[in-house]
Design a protein around this ligand. Structure first.
Ligand SMILES: [Zn+2]
Length: 327
């Protein structure tokens, strides 16, 4: 049955934000479609930034068709990192539609052979993995375009720069367009249009706050005109956004440590993370639907697990353990 895609949003430079409609919700996971530009661009050709999860590929294909384009017009898929919500469908775009997939070299092996990545996701999601994310088709080796920090790519007639932005994940990259638009993946956190609150995106297993601070400095140094987040949309109040993302990421990490010091249990910490997120949103007048959307994206379980793992790995001398499972 043909899917009706959620509405897409056309952005200032003809790029389009497609909604993967993940888990029946709109506005949570995005894929950006960038039509090829000017004389160098051929009609009907385009690139994608992010693939979305594999379970949502039919919705994204329907979104492409709704723009009057054929999914086979895809040239490249640029993925910011290899988490399932960003790169899950990358291999499927290559095998179904002939896309080449651009990824930072450090993450490439997980696209070629997703078995380890899927095994670690299965430890979190169990048998619900396929239903939630839809697995991951291995990327054919000849479709892989592994890139390095600062490499320049010709993308549809534009010069696009790869910027390594570790922190959320070790192999995370942002993609810098010549007009100052930066596709940030999860390197600038999570935020929904119309709200000033940035939610830290801090899942396990590679969270590294020192590396992330350096990435925030790199992003700031670009003086971007606009940040395009995978979760979810375009934001032009760049200075506010980056400051809030960095400040809240540290504040949540510090809060978790303080709760553990107070003798909190892990489940209490999960509840407190949700309470903290809710209070930040209610302080700016957010409605209940907005609060729920924030809480559902990188949820409390993943957030607490990511921050706990960060403290254990990088500062074990400071981590007291949970009251219900000391050590
Ligand atoms: Zn993500």
């Amino acid at each position: 049955m043909a899917r009706v895609p959620p509405p897409s949003e056309r952005l200032g430079d003809d790029a389009v934000l497609l909604d993967t409609g993940h888990a029946g919700a709109s506005g949570v996971i995005g894929v950006y479609l960038v039509p090829h530009a000017g004389a160098a661009g051929r009609a009907g050709r385009f690139d994608l930034v992010e693939s979305g999860p594999q379970v949502d590929i039919a919705t994204v294909e329907a979104g492409v068709r709704a723009l009057g384009l054929d999914p086979a017009g895809v040239e490249r898929v640029l993925v910011t990192h290899v988490h399932l919500d960003h790169a899950g469908a990358a291999g499927a775009w290559a095998s179904r539609h002939g896309a080449r997939v651009v990824v930072l070299a450090a993450g490439a092996e997980h696209l070629l052979d997703p078995s380890r990545l899927l095994a670690s996701a299965r430890r979190v999601y169990g048998d619900a993995l396929e239903q939630i994310w839809g697995g991951m088709t291995p990327l054919p080796a000849d479709a892989l375009e592994a890139v390095e920090d600062q490499q320049e790519l010709r993308v549809g007639g534009r010069r696009v720069r790869v910027l390594a932005t570790p922190g959320h994940a070790r192999h995370h990259a942002a993609f810098v367009w010549p007009d100052g638009v930066v596709y940030t993946g999860d390197a600038a956190g999570v935020r929904f249009p119309g709200w000033p609150v940035v939610r830290p995106a801090v899942p396990p297993p590679e969270l590294d706050l020192a590396a992330w601070d350096a990435s925030f400095a790199r992003l700031r140094g670009l003086e971007p005109s606009e940040l395009r987040l995978t979760h979810f949309g375009a934001f032009d109040d760049v200075a506010h956004h980056l400051a809030a993302a960095q400040e809240r990421t540290h504040a949540w990490a510090d809060a978790l440590l303080a709760w553990a010091d107070e003798g909190c249990s892990r489940s209490e910490a999960q509840q407190r993370i949700d309470d903290l997120a809710r209070s930040e949103l209610e302080a700016v007048g957010a409605d209940e639907a907005t609060v729920r959307r924030y809480l559902a994206t990188s949820d409390a379980i993943m957030t607490v697990a990511g921050l706990e793992r960060y403290w254990r790995k990088h500062h074990p001398e400071r981590w007291p353990g949970w009251s219900d499972a000391r050590g």
